[in-house]
Design a protein around this ligand. Structure first.
Ligand code: NAD
Ligand code: WQD
Length: 331
């Protein structure tokens, strides 16, 4: 199939492009490179040993998107393009609402016009808010504390309403838990802007000596050791989850958790990282980070049942591959 991958030069998108090419799909990437580099597109082709078509365009640009649909027979869309920094979304909410919602609407409109009925959307476990773990797809969503999370909940609603109105439209709303790790080649991985907000990229920078020590945000949560618990998922498993979602699309809107179902605390992750890589990760305990919840992990059984997909890679391989990428990465 010809798959339009928006945000395909980004972290999760690039790994998914490799997985799609491996399965024999053709890939057209639309990315404005606001949080990625064009070299990544070359690296995708190197890894997969296949060509991809790349357009440096903004997905909120309806005319540019229309011209892609006009020129190619698009069979399906995977929509990764979006702004994703939770803290930044509080400071510049309008950018987040505009970018993340308008891009979804522009794509949905083009799908309607060109009769493209396969759509896969990048949502986030953030939409569950501070719910009871494990998070199940049938739970009522709780309000999130930031505009970023709201853009995901709103995009889910928009796509669900479109599916209700169009009996031929099928959309998978994929709620990712905490993606980490990198391709085993070390060629593509996560490259955060500036000082990382997320745990794994912070840990790899400490291991590399670029940052002095990890700041552990709180050790008084009701968890195994008091530190926050998350469901880390290897980005390669996540990428394969997208291929499975595309292969198993059903008419209507369907929500799937993409997680491992396993919770790991901050200190457990630090220990796994040290064990996997034989490096030390010095840390200090600080206050809780505002907006954080104690625990977040998936009930991953629906994706297993309906998409025939489960995450296969463990926390040790996540730590190993994250470090392998960081070690090779030239800033
Ligand atoms: P990323 O920033 O690495 O990739 C997003 C890509 O989209 C970037 O290459 C960026 O340049 C591009 N982009 C952004 N706005 C665009 C626009 N208007 N037009 C064209 N391109 C645009 O992020 P990622 O981690 O790969 O995340 C991909 C998607 O998954 C995002 O929608 C994100 O919200 C969602 N998600 C990410 C995580 C995570 O922790 N990484 C968790 C849950 C959900
Ligand atoms: C994980 C744990 C922190 C950094 C965020 C977004 C979410 C999703 C994934 C997009 C927590 C602790 C972290 C550090 C620490 N993104 N931590 N020191 O907050 O679960 O999720 O990314 O959809 O929407 O909110 O991920 O990696 O920031 O934090 O102690 O320097 O690590 O307190 O317990 P989070 P994270």
């Amino acid at each position: 199939m010809n798959i339009l991958v928006t945000g395909g030069a980004g972290y999760i998108g690039s790994h998914t492009c490799v997985a799609l090419l491996k399965q024999g799909h053709s890939v057209i990437i639309a990315d404005n490179l606001s949080n990625s580099k064009s070299e990544t597109v070359m690296k995708i082709m190197d890894i997969a040993n296949k060509e991809v078509t790349f357009y440096e365009i903004d997905v909120t640009d309806a005319e540019a998107i229309d011209s892609i649909f006009r020129n190619y027979k698009i069979d399906g869309v995977i929509h990764f393009a979006g702004l994703k920094a939770v803290g930044e979304s509080v400071d510049i909410p309008l950018n987040y609402y505009y970018n993340n919602i308008v891009s979804t609407m522009v794509l949905a409109k083009a799908c309607q016009k060109y009769n493209v009925n396969r759509f896969v959307f990048s949502s986030s476990a953030t939409v569950y808010g501070d719910n009871k773990v494990p998070f199940v797809e049938t739970m009522d969503l709780l309000p999130t504390t930031n505009p970023y999370g709201e853009t995901k909940a709103m995009s889910e609603r928009i796509l669900t309403d479109i599916a209700k109105a169009n009996p031929e439209f099928s959309v998978a709303l994929l709620r990712y838990f905490n993606p980490v790790g990198a391709h085993e080649s070390g060629l593509i991985g996560e490259v955060p802007n500036g000082i990382p907000n997320n745990l794994m990229p912070y840990v790899t920078k400490v291991a590399k000596g670029k940052l002095e020590k990890l700041r552990v945000f709180g050790n008084d949560y009701p968890t195994i050791d008091g530190t926050g618990v998350r469901d880390y998922i290897h980005v390669l498993d996540l990428a394969e989850g997208h291929v499975a979602a595309l292969d198993n699309l059903k008419i209507g809107a369907h929500v799937y958790n993409l997680g491992t179902g396993q919770g790991t605390s901050v200190l457990e992750l630090v220990k796994a990282f040290e064990e996997a890589n034989g490096t030390e990760v010095p840390y200090e305990i600080l206050e809780r980070r505002p907006g954080d919840i104690a625990s977040c992990y998936a009930d991953a059984s629906k994706a297993k049942r309906e998409l025939c997909w489960t995450a296969k890679r463990d926390i040790i391989s996540m730590c190993r591959d994250a470090w392998h990428f960081e070690k090779n990465y030239k800033e």
